[in-house]
Design a protein around this ligand. Structure first.
Ligand code: EPZ
Length: 428
């Protein structure tokens, strides 16, 4: 298992390129199962989760061809051509699903295409139980019969295939919205998704489905209308830039008192994050092709609460907490999306942070300095929070279990050293 050794105290400066969005790329790849034609996806980040999703598509009979780099001279991103000419196996096996919860996103497409799908229950993860009841209730509303047996969920469409319907989500779910939007594309008749998630990654998926010939209206709103088609065609689609990666490196600039340009970052879909960064004392300048982030004055305390988009994203909670451990004052961060997403707190405390937890509320009293320490990562975003704290800490921070970071951050050590950080990846 690799670890990251970070020698803190360097002000970051310069420019990095923001990669394609992991949480857009994964549903986009699953959408390839909806058609027997090739789906060509570009700007896909080179991440472990993308490889895992490719392996899963292979098990269903799709071919995954790496067409190579983007051809723009950049070392980041690549082009994959995904072709599910036929689906040879409708089962998503446990040994893949257990590695990546997003595997559940093949359920809707395989069921809609083949009339049956069997997916291992994803199980919980470090941040929570991660149920899939909203996915299953939605598929039932389209006529599917759902059976749970031996750790697998099996969904069967009626003889005439899935039937369009009105689905009202009792709570907002990104994955359930994506699964149901994909399934509805091949259902007979019209489907309306009410209380749908509005994340930009869902808009990206919808735009790709439109390019594949789907009929969808209301993308980006809480009500999405889909008119089912008998089949979809192939498409050539570029993945959106990763707003969470951009937010993470924006914190890297702010926590080190640096001045960094994030090429391809889209400020228009990062308003809540930008507001928090400015509350914390950073300066954010938006331009046509990226964001300039700097901080010269002292860090200021913030108050924020994670919410569905357009609210402050839960995937930025650990990173923002790392930032305000060094603020002049007391910050309050509330985690309202997941039930157990404060694992980074104890590790930050080992670096000298002063944080108390009361249920879903974290109170962070700023300290003068953090001290580097060996820290253990538990999930993707907690790992990033620890790495960011290490950039500002005195001394060395060893972030263990680097595979967490490799799931969501493309070539993290290259990007950080490219900004002047003293970071190295070491095999352990
Ligand atoms: C997506 O997960 C993202 N993953 C997560 O990013 C992100 O944190 C999350 O959305 C929220 O924005 C991908 O897109 C691959 P949800 P997802 O369904 O779809 C509950 C990262 O670090 N819920 O919106 O699983 C659920 O437990 C990852 O990149 C149900 O109760 O999130 C949670 O409390 C982590 N029943 C809340 O809803 C369900 O059927 C939001 O979950 C589904 C979800």
């Amino acid at each position: 298992m690799d670890k990251l050794i970070i020698r803190g105290g360097k002000r970051l400066s310069g420019q990095i390129q923001i990669s394609g969005a992991k949480n857009a790329a994964l549903p986009l790849m699953a959408a390839s199962l909806l058609t027997d034609k090739p789906l060509r996806l570009s700007n896909l980040p080179r991440l472990a989760d993308i490889t895992t999703m490719g392996d899963l598509l292979n098990t269903h009979g799709a071919t995954v061809t790496i067409e190579g780099a983007m051809g723009n001279g950049s070392p980041y991103g690549r082009i994959l051509s995904l072709h599910a000419r036929t689906i040879t196996d409708t089962t998503a096996p446990y040994d893949i699903v257990r590695k990546m919860r997003a595997s559940i996103l093949v359920l809707g497409p395989v069921l809609a295409r083949e009339g049956v799908a069997k997916v291992s229950l994803p199980g919980g993860c470090a941040i929570g139980t991660r149920p899939i009841d909203l996915h299953l209730e939605g598929l039932k509303a389209l006529g599917a019969e759902i059976a749970l047996d031996s750790g697998y969920v099996t969904a069967r469409a009626p003889r005439g295939g899935l039937q369009g319907n009105r689905i009202v989500f009792p709570s907002v779910s990104v994955g359930a919205t994506e699964n149901l939007m994909m399934a509805a594309c091949l259902a007979a008749g019209d489907t309306v998704l009410e209380n749908a998630a509005r994340e930009p990654e869902i808009i990206d998926l919808g735009r790709c489905l439109l390019a594949m010939g789907a009929k969808i209206e209301g993308l980006g709103t809480g009500t999405i209308h889909i008119t089912g088609q008998s089949g979809l065609k192939g498409a050539d689609y570029a993945t959106m830039a990763d707003r969470i990666e951009a937010g993470s490196y924006a914190v890297a600039a702010a926590i080190t008192g640096g001045d960094v340009f994030l090429k391809n970052a889209d400020g228009a879909i990062m308003e809540a994050v930008i507001r928090c960064l400015e509350m914390a004392g950073a300066t954010v300048i938006q331009s046509a092709n990226g964001l300039q982030i700097s901080r010269t004055g002292p860090l200021q305390p913030i108050t924020c609460k994670t919410q569905p988009y357009p609210g402050f994203p839960t995937d930025m909670q650990a990173q923002m907490m790392a930032l305000v451990t060094l603020a002049e004052g007391e910050s309050v961060i509330r985690e309202a999306i997941f039930e157990n997403r404060f694992m980074h707190v104890l590790e930050l405390a080992r670096m000298g942070a002063d944080i108390t937890i009361d249920g879903a509320k974290a109170t962070i009293r700023g300290v003068k300095k953090l001290t580097g320490a060996p820290v253990m990562a538990t999930d993707l975003r907690a790992s990033m929070g620890l790495a960011l704290a290490g950039l500002a800490a005195e001394g060395e921070t060893h972030v263990q279990r680097l595979y967490h970071l490799d799931r969501g951050y493309e070539r993290i050590e290259d990007k950080l050293t490219g900004l002047g950080a003293d970071v190295e990846r070491v095999a352990t």
